[in-house]
Design a protein around this ligand. Structure first.
Ligand SMILES: [Zn+2]
Length: 94
């Protein structure tokens, strides 16, 4: 018996954070970056899974996270850890 295999954390199929992200986030490259808004008109963003806020403002929101190459889809550390195996992300470190 391979117990290690069963100890690996699996996120339930009906986890509330799932919203069909696999359509655009499965198997993509993610960059670990300091948060920067996608557009100059935006000042914050939300985690693609849990909705946690990312913001450049002092004392507000997360400052770093995992993001797609175009700086558009942000994922917080926790959701990254929870979904990384399933989504097979390739991580590009700075
Ligand atoms: Zn999250």
């Amino acid at each position: 018996m391979n117990f290690y295999k069963y100890k690996k954390k699996m996120i339930k199929e009906n986890d509330w954070r799932r919203q069909g992200q696999e359509k655009y986030l499965k198997g993509v490259k993610l960059f670990y970056r300091k948060y920067k808004p996608y557009s100059e008109e935006w000042e914050h963003d939300h985690c693609e899974f849990c909705g946690e806020k990312f913001s450049e403002k002092e004392g507000e929101g997360l400052k770093t996270g995992y993001v797609t190459a175009n700086n558009y889809h942000w994922i917080c550390d926790k959701c990254y850890k929870d979904f990384k195996e399933e989504f097979e992300w390739e991580i590009i470190l700075p």
